[in-house]
Design a protein around this ligand. Structure first.
Ligand code: SF4
Length: 674
């Protein structure tokens, strides 16, 4: 592609969907450009092939300084779904407003994005306003209200992906395809962007294509071939099958991962007891939730069982969004029967007829496999009416796929999303056990918790309580990634030391371990004797290892960007606080910070810890607090000096103006002005 040597371009921000770009210098005189570009470009402007190349080159050179370029489609945007398609979709969901997120997801799968005219039809069919439907669609990062590339590539953007070179690989792909990150190519063929951790940290760098296909173990040769396949519009079915392989990487298995009982065995054992006796077994086991909070499972089930409601609901939280966590991915792949057994046992205890799995959008590729397991279970009378011949015990499970919102891992946000709304956390109380899905008493448990409940039904509560420690019974599965020889899945009894896990995964010269993801705790070397347990180091499952070559300031900065990106924006302390944290850290990274900025980070931590509406905001500064306390030199290295007082360099700021006007003569610099 001919590269345009345009010296300066200015643009006006996108207004009502229209971007106008004014070329300050003439691109037409440059080699390889057939026709001059028109002086003003608008979405309706028709361009020939050479002109498209020029625009693509400008685009990839990021000349437009952050202005919207999506309006540069010189091909018409993808057409809206046909009326018949929309009708079929609505019929499949009974025009139920509570299925709105699923309707939007399926509509987008048909056409790549969500045209307004389709949203209007859906709004009118489900009895909502168009503004409401657009408000829901706009909440989820995987929904697009404007056309995106026919190939939509999303690079997983966790700190461990970056450590494996994801940024350089993305830059390479963008260069090859002539597209800037976060933008759509001039011909509408492809868009490339980052997304939060896709749950493949043990085999990264990874990416998602069209929100459905995952590609793992990226390297330069895969990226080169990927660019060719996209450029030649090769259907994804013809891409190398090995790219889509997701390995389980189970490195250490204990009672959850090692056993594979027959699909209905645990359920039969549960049904051999009455619901109260099964609840007593869970109580004896001292099982605590594996999602992070560690609430006693039996207490949750009992509160829900006692709550009055026309029906009771079981929800499995499979929205494994904490960066660096991927153990639920493996449980859903290898042990889906155990998860569904656990849900059915929960239904037996609380008296539920309906079960829902909230599967994170990044795990969409698991949907067909999970549907097949559910179908097999229906055929084996493990789901449906009169389960295992037990008259009156009717229970079935549906799968709801999320659409890219980390906050939906919080149980009340997850319920909002299940109800077809924006995933805004609810005010609690009332808690879901009393007022959950559609107002019914609801238990929400993690994938691993249900898996454990299934084992407890089989072997008894005392058996489970005999594993681990007194306050933390059973085993815990860890997703190990980062600087180690054997990343993957490790299951240990609670009470296992950090040092033991580091030794097993082949970590060398370790400087720090982030346990429980960004909202967890960062441990330095003198703490490696501590143990994984609710009473010492609690965890939801992430175990990210950093050796001494890593800059812990950059690790914390990556996490800060993650929280700012994932803040749902509902409450001001989090919406503004996460942005202020990012601003301070970026300032430090640019060498313009002072010790005062580090102190301000502490203040922001205190404020957000106490004033935010949900746990996301409250824990957003955890990695900062830990790393400042334990790795302060990493921050101070980014100061020009410990006594540096930042000032304002007016001449440096004017460099943008100099670039735009093509001037760099002596008089264009302040110090030379008379
Ligand atoms: Fe949303 Fe953050 Fe407030 Fe939670 S704390 S409700 S994520 S803005």
């Amino acid at each position: 592609m001919a590269a345009a040597r345009v010296t300066a371009v200015s643009g006006s921000p996108c207004l009502a969907g229209l971007t106008q770009i004014r070329l300050v210098a003439d691109a037409a005189a440059k080699p390889g450009i057939g026709q001059p570009l028109p002086r003003r470009l608008a979405p309706s402007t028709s361009l020939d092939a050479c002109q498209r190349s020029t625009v693509a080159a400008l685009h990839s050179a990021r000349c437009f300084g952050g202005h919207c370029i999506t309006a540069f489609h010189d091909t018409p945007p993808a057409s809206a779904a046909s009326a018949a398609d929309v009708q079929a979709l609505l019929a499949r969901h009974g025009a139920d407003r509570h299925a709105l997120v699923q309707i939007l997801r399926e509509l987008q799968a048909l056409h790549g994005w969500l045209p307004r005219e389709n949203l209007a039809k859906i709004a009118s069919a489900v009895g909502l306003t168009l503004a409401h439907v657009e408000g829901v669609a706009g909440f989820y990062r995987f929904f697009h209200l404007r056309p995106v590339g026919a190939y939509r590539v999303l690079f997983s953007d966790n700190v461990t992906d970056r450590m494996l070179g994801s940024e350089a690989l993305m830059a390479d792909l963008c260069r090859r395809l002539g597209v800037a990150p976060g933008r759509v190519s001039a011909d509408g063929l492809v868009s490339v962007d980052r997304t939060s951790c896709t749950g493949l940290g043990d085999q990264g760098p990874a990416l998602l294509v069209n929100h459905h296909h995952v590609i793992t173990r990226l390297d330069a040769s895969r990226v080169a071939l990927l660019a060719d396949l996209i450029r030649h519009r090769v259907p994804m079915g013809e891409w190398p099958a090995s790219w889509f392989e997701v390995q389980d990487n189970i490195r250490r298995a204990d009672v959850l991962l090692a056993e594979s009982p027959t699909p209905g065995a645990a359920l039969a054992a549960a049904l051999a007891r009455d619901p109260k006796a099964m609840l007593a077994e869970v109580q004896r086991s001292n099982l605590r939730g594996r999602g992070g909070a560690g609430f006693a499972t039996a207490m949750k089930w009992e509160l829900c069982r006692r709550a009055s409601g026309a029906e009771h609901v079981v929800v499995c939280n499979a929205d494994e969004g904490e960066p660096g966590t991927f153990k639920d991915r493996v449980l859903l792949t290898r042990h889906a029967d155990a998860v569904f057994n656990g849900m059915t046992i929960g239904a037996w205890v609380i008296g539920a007829r309906r079960g829902l799995v909230y599967l994170r959008g990044e795990y969409r590729y698991l949907l067909e496999h999970l549907q097949a397991v559910l179908q097999r279970r229906r055929e084996a009378k493990l789901l449906g009416a009169s389960i295992l011949g037990r008259e009156g015990f009717d229970f079935d499970i549906e799968i709801h796929v999320g659409a890219g919102a980390y906050v939906c891992g919080e149980e009340s946000s997850l319920i909002e999303s299940l109800e077809g709304e924006r995933g805004t956390p609810r005010i609690r109380p009332p808690f879901p056990v009393e007022h959950g899905y559609l107002g019914y008493p609801t238990i929400v448990n993690n994938v691993e918790t249900f898996c454990a409940a299934s084992r407890i039904a089989l072997h008894g509560g005392d058996w489970w309580a005999g594993i681990g420690t007194k306050k933390s019974s059973g085993t815990k599965i860890h997703s190990v990634s980062g600087d180690c020889e054997r990343p993957g899945i490790y299951e240990y009894p609670f009470g296992t030391s950090i040092a033991r896990i580091l030794e097993d995964c082949g970590a060398q010269d370790t400087q720090a371990v982030q346990v429980g993801g960004p909202s967890g705790v960062c441990l330095s070397a003198f703490e490696f004797g501590r143990r994984i347990a609710f009473e010492d180091v609690p965890t939801a499952g992430a175990f990210m290892v950093f050796d001494r070559s890593r800059d812990m300031f950059e690790v914390a900065r990556g996490f800060a960007h993650f929280f700012a990106h994932e803040s749902c924006g509902f409450c001001t302390p989090c919406r503004v606080g996460t942005a202020l944290v990012v601003k301070r850290l970026d300032k430090l990274a640019a060498g313009q910070g002072s010790r005062h900025d580090i102190d301000v980070l502490f203040e922001l931590d205190k404020l957000m810890h106490t004033a935010t509406h949900c746990g996301l905001g409250a824990s957003a500064c955890n990695p900062l607090r830990d790393t400042i306390l334990k790795f302060r030199p990493a921050y101070e290295r980014h100061l020009r000096s410990l006594h540096f007082e930042p000032g304002f360099d007016l001449d440096a700021e004017l460099s943008i103006g100099r670039r735009m006007t093509g001037r760099d003569d002596a008089l264009a610099h302040l110090e030379n002005r008379p």
